[in-house]
Design a protein around this ligand. Structure first.
Ligand code: SF4
Ligand code: SF4
Length: 91
């Protein structure tokens, strides 16, 4: 499971310190080279066990910037990788 930051990111920095598992890096450390913040999918736990909603998305001022896929799942724990398409805005 993981959220994804899209190119709507304005690199404001509001999300990075909110992540309980240090999954977010800034634009300088983005491994893709894009000038936006980046979430390591192997670290992100979608805040399961930490917060009711992904803390990064709660902190983000840019609507639709952070995406995931909930589809028909009732909880984050139930979402399999096969059911994710990283297109649904978290907030
Ligand atoms: S959803 Fe939670 S764990 Fe994942 S990057 Fe955002 S703050 Fe970190
Ligand atoms: S809070 Fe949103 S806009 Fe700001 S750096 Fe994080 S993802 Fe980008």
């Amino acid at each position: 499971m993981a959220v994804k930051i899209t190119d709507l990111c304005i690199s404001c920095g509001s999300c990075i310190d909110e992540c309980p598992v240090s999954a977010i890096v800034d634009d300088d450390d983005n491994p893709t080279g894009e000038g936006i913040y980046y979430v390591y999918s192997d670290k992100c736990v979608e805040c399961v066990g930490y917060n009711e909603m992904p803390a990064c998305a709660t902190a983000c001022p840019t609507e639709g910037c952070i995406v995931w896929s909930l589809r028909d799942a009732t909880s984050r724990d139930d979402i399999s990788d096969a059911n994710r398409n990283d297109t649904v805005p978290v907030m």
